[in-house]
Write a protein that binds this ligand. Structure first.
Ligand code: ADP
Ligand code: MG
Length: 140
């Protein structure tokens, strides 16, 4: 079980000024932030990040959304980081997210759902490398 995951505070949450509150929830839940940066995704980068969804009907709207303003990718450390973070953020659709989760409290809709979290250890490492070079990640 890996100890790292890639989180993104998405443009809806950054735009509404929720970055600090969401980072506070992440830190309070015991995650260590190994790297973080404000990023303006290009269309090409957003399409690359979500390439696994390119056949889905919502893909174009998702890319529009992810390029609508800055987002904040973060490399996070926690025991069993992938599952721990997905528990903290809740279901993809905020209407189905548990009480106290980040998506329940900050997401607007199934698309504009405030945060991303990796879905496997393998994808976590790929997604961290998508945004950060090894020397940009704090080695704890
Ligand atoms: P998650 O982010 O929970 O891992 P997915 O990987 O299934 O969810 O989807 C990636 C992102 O695509 C979601 O976080 C959300 O922004 C968007 N998305 C997923 N399903 C839908 C949908 N049915 N309609 C619109 N956007 C969606
Ligand atoms: Mg996913």
């Amino acid at each position: 079980m890996g100890n790292r995951t890639l989180a993104i505070i998405k443009p809806d949450a950054v735009g509404k000024g929720h970055t600090g509150k969401i980072m506070d929830r992440i830190i309070s839940d015991g995650f260590t932030i190994l790297g973080a940066r404000l990023v303006y995704l290009t269309r090409e980068k957003a399409e690359g990040f979500y390439a696994v969804h390119k056949e889905r009907p919502f893909f174009n709207d998702l890319v529009d959304f992810m390029t609508s303003g800055p987002c904040m990718p973060m490399a996070l450390e926690h025991e069993g980081a992938v599952n721990a973070f997905r528990t903290l953020i809740g279901a993809t659709n905020p209407a189905e997210a548990d009480e106290g989760t980040i998506r329940k409290d900050f997401a607007e809709s199934v698309q504009n759902n405030a945060v991303h979290g990796s879905d496997s250890d393998e994808n976590a490492e790929k997604e961290i490398a998508f945004f950060f070079t090894p020397d940009e990640i704090h080695q704890s």
